[in-house]
Every structure is written in structure tokens, then in C-alpha cells.
Write a protein that binds this ligand. Structure first.
Ligand code: FUB
Length: 374
């Protein structure tokens, strides 16, 4: 991958931070414009003008899972890096090796990077590629959920715990039994029960899993069967200690407005990756990326298990191939956290996270967002 960045002068500080991060030191840093990884970059490509600036630019971040814990905003993103793994069809160039936690007191306020919260070398079963994480709080403990390939190159979902929302997190010795694929999102309902949603097709390997068994050829759930129901994301009830599944892994059904399952060929609406669930006015909103058509779409249901009925688009395609988000209520307003690749001039694997307000219509549908000025 050609590197368009040219480092000098003020960027050295950012490089220092990145080196600390790579060495696994947990340093807390209030970050600002001067720390930018790309402030000395050469002339930018012609890209659409974003409505929001990145939350941080001292490192690349993606897949932001935002939560409010004890009145403070915490963001659990992927930490994108340039590791020079060549681009391939399975996303080998998304070769992330650790997680940082970011925090803010309020939207628009200063952002603190709390340093390395979990490093791949401290996950006994991990092979490569730490992808989109999520976090949860229960029983006085914080839980970091993360997908990573095992040593045989099969994605599973791990869990790590900490007494602090910013870590450091200690990984459990093995991945969550029965977990597979990518993009965990943990939703805790008002009755205290927690559920993990997960899965991602293509590089996320969901198409290789059928009846809980792995088939490396993926032949049982061929992506090309356009006239059959699309591959479903998965959901499982979490155990009380949040370290395992307490029930079977179930398919999350996404239906069209006529009550029929969305089909594999319906690329504009069918699930690809990046599950998220939030509750609004007593209804469950399941949102996700449509992958190769690049929308964040959503569907509404009456139960955390679904079925969910497709309602529309939350976020139009962003610069960069991937689209991934979270939705959270903060002081009575709702926000969409998302990412794009404008800052790296459209390098798909070098993204920055952003936030924007999300608004509902009077009928509880969501107003679609375009991340760029017209
Ligand atoms: O960040 C790696 C992968 O890209 C995520 O797991 C997907 O959701 C996509 O954003």
C-alpha cells in the first residue's frame, strides 16, 4: 500500500505517541489538532467536504462503539494502522494489533486517549487482526468484547475485563465458547438482561458457519444464492457474569415490510456486518452495515431477538469502503458515532471516527444522515 504521508516537525509528537502505543505503554493523553498523524500530508485528493471533523487525528480509529458510563462518554474503537499487509479480498490489510479507549465529558469537549487498553500479545488464543470491539458494564466490572482471528485464522469473539472503563483489560484465556465471526455488539435491556449480536459476511467469515460448525469453503451458505434468504446476523443471551453465552446462538431475522425475509441478492438492504442495537420508545432498533452497498440501515422489532422489520437508511455511504457505527443517548439527545476515510485520503483501512446528532421523526423512524455537504 502506497504511503501518502510525509512526517516532519510537529508530527514527531504523534509518532512518539504511536511508538508508545506500539510498545504497549498505557499513557493518558489529551489529544488535539497538533498531534495529527497526517498534519504534514501532501495535497489532499478531491473528496466531499465532511459535515464533521475526526474526534482524534493522532492515530487512526474506526468502528466506534460509544457508551455512557457514570455520566461520561467512552468510545471503544478499532485502532487502524498501516502494517503494509497487501490489500486482499478478505480484509487482510485491516491488521490491527491493539485497542485504545477514548473518553469525553461531553459531545464537542476534549477527547482523552487512555493508551493501550488491550494488546494482541496479551490474548493467549489470538493470531491476528483485532477488529471492531464493544464494551459493557455489569456487576461493578467493565467488559471489552473483541473479534480476532485465532492461530488457525478463524475469527472468534473474546472478552477481557477491567475495574476501569479505560482498562487495562485482562483477556480470558479462551474465546467465548460458541462465538464466531466478527463485530460483537452487546445490548443490555431495561430488565438487566444482556445480549450479544455478532457476525459479518465475506472477510468476517459468517458465511462459513452453519449450525454452529465451521466450513472453510463456506459452501453451505453460499453468498451467491441471491434468491434465498440473506445470511442472518446472530444473537445470544449473555450469562450473568458476562463471560459466556447463556443460551443458544440464534439467527436475527430481518424482514421486508411485507414480512418476508430479505434476500441474499437485496444488497441495498440485507445484513453484511456492524450490528448495533438500541431501544427507543419501547422498540428495539437493530442497525447494521450493508457492506458492499455501504449503507448503515436499520430495522425495528418488539423483542431483542427480533424479528426486525427493515425501515430504511440511517447513514449514507461514507468515504472509504467500510461503514460502521454506534447509536447512544447522551443527556436526552441521540448521537451517531461513525467513521470515514477522508483524513487518510480514502485509504479504506485508515479511518477516523466522528460523531453527529441523530434525529427521529414523529413516527419514531430515523432521519437519514449524509456525512458530506451537498
Ligand atoms: O475494522 C475492521 C472491520 O471493518 C470491522 O470489523 C467491520 O465492521 C468493518 O468496519
Amino acid at each position: 500500500m502506497k504511503n501518502h504521508l510525509k512526517f516532519s516537525g510537529g508530527t514527531l509528537l504523534a509518532i512518539g505517541l504511536l511508538i508508545s502505543a506500539c510498545q504497549g505503554k498505557k499513557t493518558e493523553t489529551v489529544v488535539n489538532e497538533a498531534d495529527s498523524v497526517a498534519q504534514d500530508s501532501v495535497a489532499k485528493k478531491e473528496l466531499p467536504k465532511p459535515i464533521n471533523e475526526p474526534l482524534v487525528t493522532h492515530m487512526y480509529t474506526a468502528d466506534p462503539s460509544a457508551h455512557v458510563f457514570n455520566g461520561k462518554i467512552y468510545i471503544y474503537p478499532s485502532h487502524d494502522i498501516e502494517s503494509n499487509v497487501p490489500q486482499d479480498d478478505e480484509g487482510g490489510h485491516f491488521d490491527m494489533k491493539d485497542y485504545h479507549v477514548l473518553s469525553m465529558d461531553s459531545i464537542g469537549g476534549k477527547v482523552t486517549d487512555h493508551g493501550v487498553a488491550l494488546d494482541i500479545k496479551d490474548v493467549p488464543w489470538a493470531g491476528r487482526q483485532m477488529w471492531a470491539p464493544d464494551a459493557a458494564f455489569k456487576n461493578g466490572k467493565y467488559y471489552l468484547y473483541f473479534p480476532v482471528k485465532d492461530k488457525k485464522d478463524v475469527f472468534h469473539i473474546g472478552v477481557a475485563t477491567s475495574a476501569s472503563p479505560t482498562g487495562p483489560f485482562k483477556a480470558e484465556p479462551n474465546f467465548i465458547k460458541g462465538s464466531y465471526s466478527i463485530d460483537p455488539a452487546v445490548f443490555t435491556d431495561t430488565d438487566g438482561k444482556s445480549y450479544m449480536y455478532f457476525g459479518g459476511i465475506w472477510g468476517g467469515q459468517l458465511q462459513r458457519w452453519s449450525d454452529g460448525k465451521y466450513d472453510s469453503t463456506g459452501s453451505k451458505t453460499d453468498l451467491k444464492k441471491d434468491s434465498l434468504p440473506a445470511i442472518s446476523p446472530r444473537v445470544a443471551l449473555m450469562s450473568k457474569d458476562m463471560l459466556s453465552f447463556a443460551g443458544p446462538v440464534k439467527d436475527v431475522k430481518i424482514l421486508d415490510p411485507e414480512g418476508k425475509p430479505l434476500l441474499g441478492g437485496d444488497h441495498d438492504r440485507r445484513f453484511f456486518e456492524a450490528s448495533w442495537v438500541h431501544k427507543y420508545n419501547g422498540k428495539y432498533y437493530f442497525s447494521y452495515s450493508t457492506g458492499d452497498t455501504h449503507f448503515i440501515a436499520y430495522a425495528i422489532g418488539d423483542s431483542p431477538y427480533g424479528p426486525f422489520t427493515y425501515k430504511g437508511v440511517i447513514l449514507n455511504p461514507v468515504v472509504g469502503w467500510t461503514n460502521h457505527h454506534s447509536i447512544v443517548e447522551i443527556n436526552g439527545k441521540w448521537y451517531l458515532f461513525y467513521h470515514d476515510s477522508v483524513f487518510s485520503e480514502d485509504k479504506t483501512h485508515l479511518r477516523t471516527i466522528k460523531v453527529t446528532e441523530l434525529k427521529y421523526n414523529p413516527d419514531d423512524t430515523i432521519q437519514p444522515i449524509d456525512a458530506y455537504h451537498k
